[in-house]
Design a protein around this ligand. Structure first.
Ligand code: FES
Length: 148
């Protein structure tokens, strides 16, 4: 049985749980692989294009491979003034990955955001949902090292 089958079974095959099922598939793979969506379409008897429509509508879903850890650097105006370009540059160098891309070892995906709603902490970086305000190079080293 595939991971998709297990997830669908958890929701007792409910078509109404499609978004929740997609979130679980993404949690399993860190993104939505095509093969998984084809299997989901078969299991739920929902046309594949309808599933793609939902997957592309919500920004929470990714149709391209993502790393195990999502690193988001805010480049909104307040963070920009407080040094976001330097922070982004440092993160790019340390992870060896450009914004929008995933490291070759599939460990990190680097994303930029416009405002994360905590401008006073800027420049802000969020990794796996945890906020870090104005992290130093040493802080970044510890944070990234802790990510398997
Ligand atoms: S501009 Fe970065 S958190 Fe608001």
């Amino acid at each position: 049985m595939t991971a998709v089958d297990e997830i669908v079974d958890r929701y007792q095959g409910g078509k109404s749980a499609l978004i929740q099922i997609l979130l679980d598939i993404q949690r399993e793979y860190y993104w939505l692989p095509k093969e998984a969506l084809i299997r989901l379409s078969e299991r739920l008897e929902i046309p594949l294009n309808q599933i793609y429509h939902i997957a592309t509508f919500y920004t929470a879903f990714s149709l391209t491979p993502r790393g195990r850890h999502q690193v988001m650097v805010c480049t909104g105006t307040a963070c920009y003034i407080r040094g976001a370009p330097q922070l982004l540059h440092k993160v790019e160098e340390m992870l060896k990955v450009k914004p929008g891309k995933t490291s070759s070892d599939m460990r990190f995906t680097l994303i930029t955001a416009n405002c994360l709603g905590c401008c006073a902490l800027g420049p802000v970086m969020v990794i796996n949902g945890e906020y870090h305000g104005n992290p130093t190079t040493a802080d970044l080293g510890h944070i990234f090292e802790a990510c398997e």
